[in-house]
Design a protein around this ligand. Structure first.
Ligand SMILES: [Zn+2]
Length: 172
């Protein structure tokens, strides 16, 4: 089932999310709903707080090539074990901040550990777009948005645009 995505500014997007204890069927269903919502948007990543659930769960799939097989990843309690000194700059966007993009500098390579859909602990090294995406999504679990990396003036400009967008949507 597709879920509505919260739009910034929203207090739920600023909260630190709680770790998940057991991977229940309810949580698996939530992860499936998040993947459906993400693919439908369309987007390459989604964090649980973006649909108003304050738990440490993210989903992502950064396969972008036309015709390539999808690679949906479900990560409960993801954490970054190590990050490279070398950085990468990507123009980032966010499903909670529609149609706004800005360059963000992050470590180019990260080692991430998480619990998968079956409750197994997994780890993997991510590079390039995957590394940027997984860091962006984990930030959401700590109440951090990509615009928090921007200069205050730019951040305020984007926030005002989002407030206007929300007023317009509320009138519909
Ligand atoms: Zn985001």
């Amino acid at each position: 089932m597709k879920r509505p995505i919260l739009i910034h500014p929203d207090p739920r997007l600023k909260k630190v999310c709680a770790p998940v204890a057991d991977i229940s069927d309810d949580l698996r269903q939530l992860a499936d709903d998040m993947l459906e919502t993400m693919y439908d948007a369309p987007g390459i990543g989604l964090a649980a707080p973006q649909i108003g659930v304050l738990e440490r769960l993210i989903v992502l799939d950064c396969v972008k090539e036309e015709g390539a097989a999808a690679r949906p990843l479900v990560m409960f309690n993801p954490r970054i074990l190590a990050a490279s000194d070398e950085t990468n700059v990507y123009e980032e966007g966010c499903l909670s901040i529609p149609e706004q993009y800005a360059e963000v500098t992050r470590p180019r390579v990260v080692d991430v550990e998480w619990i998968d859909r079956d409750g197994k602990v997994r780890s993997e090294t991510f590079d390039g777009l995957w590394a940027t995406c997984v860091q962006h999504e984990i930030d959401h679990l700590d109440g951090k948005l990509f615009i928090d990396y921007l200069k205050p003036l730019k951040r305020q400009m984007i926030t005002r645009k989002m407030q206007k967008l929300k007023r317009e949507r509320a009138r519909l």
